[in-house]
Design a protein. Structure first.
Length: 143
C-alpha cells in the first residue's frame, strides 16, 4: 500500500479547522466567566407632577440576577442636565453614579409617590394624586 503525502491545501484546511475549534472553545470560556452583571431598573420621579413614570433601565451593575425584595430607595443622579430622581425596590448593588437615599426633600416626595402607586399618565394626570384636584377647586370656590 502506497502512502500519499498530504497536499498543502489539506494542511491549510486542517489548520483552519483547528483554529476554528480553538476559537469556539475560547468564546465559550468567555461566556462562562465570573463577570456577571444585570440591568438595574427604576421609575423616574417627576417633581412637577408628583408622580412616577414607567419602569426603565437606569444602569448596568455587577452582580447576579436582579432581586426586587428590598425596601424602595430613592436614587439621585446629579448631571449636566440637572438632577434626576428614580425610585426602585431592586436590591443592591446600586448604580455607581447615583446617591442612594440622600437627605433631599424631593426624594421624600418620590418615595411617597411610589407608596401611593402614583403613576404618571401620558395625558398629564396620575393614578393617585397626593391632593384631590376637585377638593382644591371646591375649597377655592368657598373662599
Amino acid at each position: 500500500m502506497t502512502r500519499v503525502a498530504p497536499t498543502r491545501g489539506r494542511r491549510i484546511a486542517a489548520g483552519v479547522i483547528v483554529a476554528a475549534c480553538v476559537g469556539v472553545v475560547g468564546v465559550g470560556a468567555l461566556a462562562c466567566s465570573d463577570a456577571v452583571s444585570h440591568i438595574y431598573t427604576g421609575r423616574a420621579y417627576n417633581p412637577a407632577r408628583d408622580c412616577i413614570g414607567p419602569t426603565e433601565s437606569i444602569d448596568v451593575v455587577k452582580g447576579s440576577d436582579a432581586v426586587f425584595t428590598c425596601d424602595a430607595v430613592c436614587l439621585l443622579s446629579a448631571g449636566e442636565g440637572g438632577a434626576g430622581y428614580f425610585v426602585s425596590s431592586e436590591c443592591a448593588p446600586y448604580p455607581s453614579f447615583y446617591s442612594v437615599n440622600p437627605a433631599d426633600p424631593v426624594c421624600t416626595m418620590a418615595l411617597a409617590a411610589a407608596v401611593r402607586g402614583d403613576l404618571c399618565f401620558e395625558d398629564g394626570g396620575s393614578a393617585a394624586p397626593s391632593v384631590d384636584a376637585g377638593a382644591v377647586t371646591d375649597a377655592k370656590k368657598s373662599d
